[in-house]
Design a binder for this molecule. Structure first.
Ligand code: BGC
Length: 521
């Protein structure tokens, strides 16, 4: 296959606050990322997507940006950023940064100015401010609920206006009908492109444009972030005009830089619209985040993604975990079974064409930490729902690098969230020399994926198998076989004339164990 780098690649998500603490304040940072660049190079990833490190009060772990052109002191400085970027490039690793255009932090200079200004002012026009109806002061302009719980409207201190926030009340939504907002984000993109970044992950890429008149949504107005429900504030057609204006900007720069959309849509067809040739390069495909570990679900997800994305000439993407969802080891049942299934699912993904996203820590087989005490939880979802929704802290626990120490080598201080018992055994140090560790399995599988890049066909040909729990496909270079059931199955027919190139569990006498995958060559 003759492809651009971003059409067939492995991208690793760094969640900076939990990756590596370079200055021992309990919070990961950019110097920590720089320090561990050799680790990422050895893992074989081609690019890193960094969650936000911008100046922020951290009410939503940095997805509440107060200054889009600077680094939060907790994460370092612009000089630290430049050093990290250079180190990444020296290691042949590209850097994709997060851009958060749906909302700012309430600490952003624009929102602060808006609060100082009067209703109807230019400052308030940058956000969605609406008058409070004096005859009905407790009823907001519509029934929209915050994704994090509670209503999506809060009042200004003087009680005269409401402002919209689809997320926390400290994340006011920007008004994308305002040309000043558009111009500002074009300038922010250029700021980071000029600094040398290789692309952007667009946060809530389906959210900036709201339906005219801000009509009520159906039901009680609540909506899940991780879901596929249509709403008057998500996936409006007008959002595509924004991306058509962004694409020429990134195309002006050399080096094949890319946009990747976080776009939750109600169908794969709607998702593919973001990938038309004059819009974005990639969109996360969350179908496998929502799917059970089940053959039919995986096959449907693959067929749907390939059909829709090839229709617009865009690469497929494959995601099992990220900083917003429960880690897949836990989704698959935790313990030995959860881990075995996680390995099998990863082998399945790495045999597919397109782009595989790896969320930090999945290469260590980390589980979701379910029992964090309430007083350490930081996710606004937990607090805004009074603990009813547990939130996302459990997938954000700092990485274990060593067997021991106050935060298992994350830093020399305790981390911002406590690590559970037993994570020392999952640390990088503990796995480094064990050929059967999750870490070494990821390294082997990623290396093999790269080695077969030129040979792979760019699609999958399903091979028939008598057991419905088994999926087998040929990718042009390898035959990938995954057993989603719990009983061993014979794959002797598929092994005929082929050798095992990779397996997640030992294949003996032509039997593939349950919850296991193998690559044949
Ligand atoms: C990010 C979340 C964040 C939300 C609001 C998302 O989709 O991935 O972590 O809380 O946007 O910015």
């Amino acid at each position: 296959m003759d492809l651009k780098w971003w059409q067939d690649t492995v991208i690793y998500q760094v969640y900076p606050r939990s990756f590596k603490d370079g200055n021992d304040d309990g919070m990961g940072d950019l110097p920590g990322v720089t320090e561990r660049m050799p680790y990422l190079a050895a893992l074989g990833v081609n690019a890193i997507w960094l969650s936000p490190f911008y100046t922020s009060p951290q009410n939503d772990a940095g997805y509440d940006v107060a200054d889009y052109r600077d680094i939060d002191p907790r994460f370092g400085t612009l000089a630290d950023f430049d050093h990290m970027l250079k180190t990444a490039h020296d290691n042949d690793i590209r850097i994709i940064v997060d851009v958060v255009p749906n909302h700012t932090s309430s600490d952003h200079a624009w929102f602060q100015a808006a609060l100082q200004a009067s209703p109807g002012s230019r400052e308030r026009e940058r956000y969605h401010f609406h008058d409070v109806d004096p005859s009905d002061p407790d009823t907001p302009p519509n029934n929209w609920q915050s994704i994090f719980g509670g209503r999506a409207w809060s009042k200004t201190d003087d009680g005269k206006q409401w402002y919209l926030h689809l997320f926390d009340s400290s994340q006011p939504d920007l008004n994308w009908d305002n040309p000043e907002v558009k111009a500002e984000f074009e300038s922010i993109l250029r700021f980071w492109l000029d600094r040398g970044v290789d692309g952007f992950r667009i946060d809530v890429a389906h959210g900036m444009v709201k339906a005219p008149g801000l009509p009520d949504t159906g039901g009680d107005g609540s909506i899940e972030m991780i879901g596929t429900t249509q709403a008057p504030f998500f996936d409006q057609d007008g959002v595509h005009d924004i991306y058509r204006s962004w694409r020429p900007i990134i195309d002006e720069y050399d080096g094949d830089r890319i946009f990747v959309a976080e776009a939750w849509t109600d169908s794969a067809e709607r998702r593919a619209l973001y990938l038309r040739p004059d819009e974005l390069h990639q969109a996360f495909n969350f179908d496998l985040v929502l799917a059970d570990f089940q053959a039919e679900a995986f096959q449907t997800a693959v067929d749907t993604e390939i059909a829709n994305n090839s229709g617009v000439g865009a690469p497929c993407t494959w995601v099992l975990s990220n900083h917003d969802v429960q880690r897949h080891v836990t989704r698959y049942g935790d313990g030995e079974v959860g881990l075995a299934r996680a390995h099998a699912a990863t082998a399945f993904l790495l045999g597919l064409p397109g782009v595989v996203y790896v969320y930090q820590g999945e290469e260590l087989g980390l589980n979701e930490v379910l029992d964090l005490p309430a007083d350490v939880r930081q996710d606004p979802t937990f607090h805004r729902t009074g603990g009813e929704q547990i939130g996302r802290d459990g997938c954000r626990v700092p990485l274990p690098w060593e067997n021991s120490g106050p935060s298992l080598g994350f830093g020399d201080a305790s981390g911002w969230l406590p690590q559970p018992e037993g994570w020392g055994e999952k640390s990088v140090a503990a796995q480094e020399d064990d050929p059967n560790s999750t870490l070494n399995f990821y390294r082997r599988a990623i290396a093999l994926r790269h080695e077969t890049r030129a040979e792979r066909s760019g699609t999958v040909s399903w091979l028939p198998h008598s057991k419905s729990d088994v999926l087998a496909f040929d990718n042009g270079a390898l035959v990938s076989v995954t057993n989603f059931g719990s009983e061993a199955v014979s794959i002797a027919d598929l092994m005929e004339g082929r050798e095992i190139a990779l397996s997640t569990q030992a294949v003996e006498n032509g039997n593939l164990p349950g919850n296991a995958a193998v690559w044949l060559k």
